[in-house]
Design a protein around this ligand. Structure first.
Ligand code: HSE
Length: 403
C-alpha cells in the first residue's frame, strides 16, 4: 500500500466504537479513507445512517477487492479471528480494537502478518486514546525498560471512582459505566479483570517480546472487593485501583499480573479517575514516564483507529522488534508479593497461604491479613477466587523490592 493510496474500508461492527469511527471518518476527508460497507450481526436494529451501507454477510466485504482495509470493531473474539485470518490472507490490512481476539491469538497473528506480508494494527485495543503500543514498539527499543504499570481498563476505574469519590453502590456504578458505553458487552470481562489482562498481554509483547496466553497470568478483578477494603484504604490514605503490572526482575525475567492495588499520593495513578487510563513506564535512561488519557468510549477509541489508518497510509506495520529482532524476555513467577487479603470466614484462608504475616485484624463481618504471598503459589491455588475473599496488592513499588 503506497503512501498516496486511498483507503477503502470494510467495517465490522457498528456499536459504540464502529459508529464513532463512521462519524469521525465522515468528517475527516483529509485522511482519504472511505467506508465502503459495514457488516453487522443484527439487521433489524434501527441505525442512524443509510441502510445500503449494511450487510450481514461478511463475504460481501471480504470478497470485495476494492476494500483494502478491514476495520474490525466487533465484541466477538471468535468471529473476529476468522475475519482477521481471512482478511490478512487476502492481503487486506486489518485494524482491530478487539483486545480479547488479539491477546488470545497473538502468536498466530504475528505469524500470519509475516506469512502474508499484511499489517495488523491494534493501538485502539489497549488504553483507547493513549498511544502506548506504538511507543513501546518504537521508542522503547533501546532503553532498558524496568517496568510497565497502568490502569488500563476504563470501566473498572470509572466504577472505583464512583464508589470512592461519590459513594455510589457498586451495582449502580457498573450500570452507569454500561450506559455510557465504557463497559464490554459482557461486563464481567471488565470487573473480573480479564479485559485488563488481555491488554497486558499486548503490552508484554511490545514491551518485552513476551507472547503469552492470558490464561497463564495471575488476574483478580474488582468484583470480590469487600466493604471493609475501602475503609482500610481510606485509613491508610489510599484508593484501590485495578492495576496491570509487568516488572523486570534483576535476572532479566519479567513478572506480570493484574490485581486491585492500594495506591496513594504521590503515585501518578492515584489521580487517574473515571474512564481515564494511566500508564507509567520505568526505564534505565528515561526514568519514569507517564501516559494519561481516556481509556474507553467511542471517540477516544476512534482517535486511535484514526492514528492506525493514517499509519497504514505510510506502510507502517509492527515489527515486533523485541520478539523477532531481539532476544525476548522470559516470564517468571518466582517473586513474592506484599498483599492484603480480606475474607468473611476463617475457613476461606488456607493456613499456609502467607509466607509471612505482618498484620491481622478480626471483626464481626470481616477479617483481614497483610503479609507476603508467593506469586507462584497464588497461580497454583484457587482459594483467593472464592466469593467473600478479596486480594489487594499493597503499595505500588513494594512488590519488586521484596524477593
Ligand atoms: N471495556 C473497556 C474498558 C473498553 O472499560 O476499558 C475499552 O477497551
Amino acid at each position: 500500500m503506497s503512501y498516496q493510496k486511498s483507503l477503502k474500508i470494510g467495517l465490522f461492527g457498528y456499536g459504540v466504537v464502529g459508529s464513532a469511527v463512521f462519524e469521525v471518518l465522515t468528517h475527516t476527508p483529509s485522511l482519504q479513507a472511505q467506508i465502503a460497507k459495514i457488516c453487522i450481526k443484527d439487521s433489524t436494529k434501527p441505525r442512524n445512517i443509510a441502510s445500503d451501507y449494511f450487510t450481514t454477510d461478511k463475504m460481501e466485504l471480504l470478497d470485495n477487492e476494492g476494500i483494502n482495509v478491514v476495520v474490525e470493531m466487533t465484541d466477538d473474539a471468535e468471529a473476529a479471528i476468522e475475519i482477521v485470518r481471512e482478511s490478512l490472507r487476502r492481503g487486506k490490512a486489518v485494524i482491530s480494537a478487539n483486545k480479547k481476539m488479539v491477546a488470545e491469538n497473538l502468536a498466530e497473528l504475528v505469524e500470519l502478518q509475516q506469512k502474508y506480508g499484511t499489517p495488523l494494527l491494534y493501538e485502539s485495543a489497549c488504553c483507547a486514546s493513549i498511544p502506548v503500543i506504538r511507543n513501546l514498539e518504537e521508542y522503547y527499543d533501546n532503553d532498558l525498560l524496568h517496568g510497565v504499570e497502568g490502569i488500563i481498563n476504563g470501566s473498572t476505574n470509572f466504577i472505583l471512582t464512583k464508589i470512592f469519590n461519590e459513594k455510589l453502590p457498586y451495582a449502580d456504578a457498573l450500570k452507569l459505566a454500561q450506559s455510557l458505553g465504557f463497559a464490554e458487552s459482557d461486563p464481567s470481562l471488565d470487573v473480573e479483570g480479564q479485559d485488563a489482562l488481555n491488554k497486558l498481554c499486548l503490552l508484554l509483547a511490545h514491551a518485552y517480546g513476551i507472547v503469552v496466553h492470558p490464561s497463564k497470568l495471575l488476574c483478580h478483578g474488582i468484583h470480590r472487593l469487600n466493604s471493609i477494603d475501602s475503609e482500610v484504604a481510606a485509613a491508610q490514605g489510599s484508593q484501590i485501583k485495578l492495576v496491570a503490572r509487568a516488572m523486570k526482575q534483576p535476572n532479566g525475567e519479567v513478572a506480570a499480573f493484574v490485581l486491585p492495588q492500594f495506591v496513594r499520593p504521590p503515585h501518578l495513578l492515584h489521580n487517574v479517575r473515571n474512564e481515564y487510563n494511566g500508564v507509567v513506564l520505568t526505564s534505565a535512561l528515561a526514568d519514569e514516564q507517564y501516559f494519561y488519557g481516556k481509556g474507553a468510549g467511542g471517540f477516544p477509541t476512534a482517535s486511535a483507529i484514526l492514528a492506525d489508518l493514517s499509519a497504514l497510509r505510510y506502510n507502517y506495520r509492527y515489527e515486533y522488534k523485541k520478539l523477532l529482532l531481539q532476544a525476548p524476555s522470559k516470564l517468571c513467577d518466582d517473586i513474592n508479593l506484599q498483599v492484603y487479603v480480606s475474607f468473611q470466614d476463617w475457613q476461606m484462608l488456607p493456613v499456609d497461604a502467607f509466607e509471612e504475616i505482618q498484620e491481622y485484624y478480626s471483626g464481626k463481618l470481616f477479617h483481614y491479613r497483610k503479609g507476603i504471598i508467593s506469586l507462584r503459589k497464588l497461580l497454583k491455588s484457587e482459594w483467593w477466587k472464592q466469593p467473600g475473599v478479596s486480594l489487594v496488592l499493597q503499595e505500588v513499588g513494594i512488590a519488586k523490592e521484596i524477593k
